[in-house]
Ligand binder design. Sequence first.
Ligand code: C5P
Length: 220
Amino acid sequence: MKNFIIIVAAGSGTRMQAETPKQFLNINELPVLIHTINRIYEFRNTLSIILVLPASHIDYWKSMIRKYNFNIPHQITAGGATRYHSVKNGLKLIDQDGLVAIHDGVRPLVSKDTLQRVFLKAESDGNAIPAIRITDSLRRITPDNSLPVDRESLRIIQTPQCFQSEIIQMAYKQEYRENFTDDASLVENLGIKINLVEGNPENIKITRPSDLKFAEAFLK
Ligand code: C5P
């Protein structure tokens, strides 16, 4: 059985207040995306890597590959208007049955343990997504007040999210909806139960400038 990982990195990253999309910004002198792919390759060097990039940045990525002598094998395809459309494009390159993990290119701090848990559980039970507990207090905003929320019943969901290929292909045959915020929400809409495994707290989605600083410190 061949196993795949689709790395979606076709966002434009407008919240970073930078010209360059965040997946191409440097952490300790290496682009975020190279850190992410290195992590995955260190976990398992036999995974088939599919990288989804903005059509406008494919040549830019190829110049980075040369600049950093990056030689981890991967296939490249262009993304779409939303994450959903980018994943859908990546899925077109899956040519065999197996497990398919989908990971945000802007999560370079995913741990080997998280990757291992996600792949093992998906292998035995069909799918798995990483989740972590919330340590902050939460409040729900109401029209004229705010109310405390029970954090024990909530989880933060991360990537990679991993599925058997037939299931994820079927899920992405559904039309785009705004409330499909991750891959699991599409699979769940088919009536399939989603399995949670433990994520790792550092596995943040690099979104704001302070996230880059955190990643820099963590990777040092
Ligand atoms: O925008 P957001 O932070 O939710 O993006 C999560 C991941 O999805 C990022 O790695 C981003 O590059 C990717 N993405 C994509 N295509 C889009 C939008 C986001 O591949 N059109």
